[in-house]
Design a protein around this ligand. Structure first.
Ligand SMILES: Cc1cc2nc3c(=O)[nH]c(=O)nc-3n(C[C@H](O)[C@H](O)[C@H](O)COP(=O)(O)O)c2cc1C
Length: 192
């Protein structure tokens, strides 16, 4: 069966809520989701690296901290140089998601870091393929529709300064599900 690894770090739970939504989407797409939470930059990454190696696709998740991936994910990326030497992730499908407190917040830069890492490994990056929501500027419907911020590189979402069970909103979570579903289906196609 097609397996998708979801490798993420979350300081305060918002990225984790999205990781769960991505996993729901992966299941909706007919694949198995292997969720791997990174706890710290100082941890042993061996099991996480092996899980990615064993998967058909990988989806990276990170909060945007100071305009980039958080330190545990960056440390994981550096640890993946061990795999780079054997080109072990070459031709694997890769994707990503992030969240920030603002609508801009340099979140594209977080995804760009993930894309650069994926390209260094020779992986195949896929965006979500969800057209940006056509939202009337004066409407508050944005929170209920996928891709309200308009990202083509990956899943970009926004969380208020509140608990992760209420934010990011449902539209952002569905965006994450749609991306998980897409990656699961694309990975199965590549496998075939
Ligand atoms: C150290 C730090 C830096 C942050 N930098 C940004 C930023 O550059 N852009 C942004 O939109 N939000 C920024 N935020 C807000 C977080 O991205 C936001 O609270 C997010 O929901 C946190 O995700 P998490 O709960 O998974 O840790 C920052 C938060 C912290 C703690």
């Amino acid at each position: 069966m097609t397996t998708v690894a979801i490798v993420y770090h979350s300081g305060y739970g918002h990225t984790e809520a999205l990781a769960k939504a991505v996993a729901e989407g992966v299941k909706r797409g007919g694949a198995t989701a292997n969720i791997i939470k990174l706890e710290s930059a100082a941890q042993d990454f061996t099991a996480a690296l092996d899980a990615v190696s064993a998967a058909d696709a990988v989806i990276f998740g990170s909060p945007t901290y100071m305009g980039d991936v958080s330190v545990p994910l960056r440390a994981f990326f550096e640890a993946s140089s061990k795999v780079w030497f054997t080109q072990g992730w070459k031709d694997k499908l890769a994707a990503g998601f992030t969240v920030g407190a603002t609508f801009g917040g340099n979140k594209d830069h977080t995804l760009t870091s993930m894309i650069v890492l994926s390209m260094q490994h020779g992986m195949l990056w896929s965006g979500p393929g969800v057209p940006n929501a056509q939202i009337n500027r004066n409407s508050d419907a944005g929170a209920n529709v996928p891709n309200r911020i308009g990202s083509a590189l990956g899943v970009v979402t926004q969380a208020d300064n509140a608990a992760a069970d209420v934010t990011p909103p449902e539209g952002d979570r569905e965006f994450a599900r749609l991306h998980g579903e897409r990656i699961a289906k694309l990975a199965a196609k590549l496998e075939a």
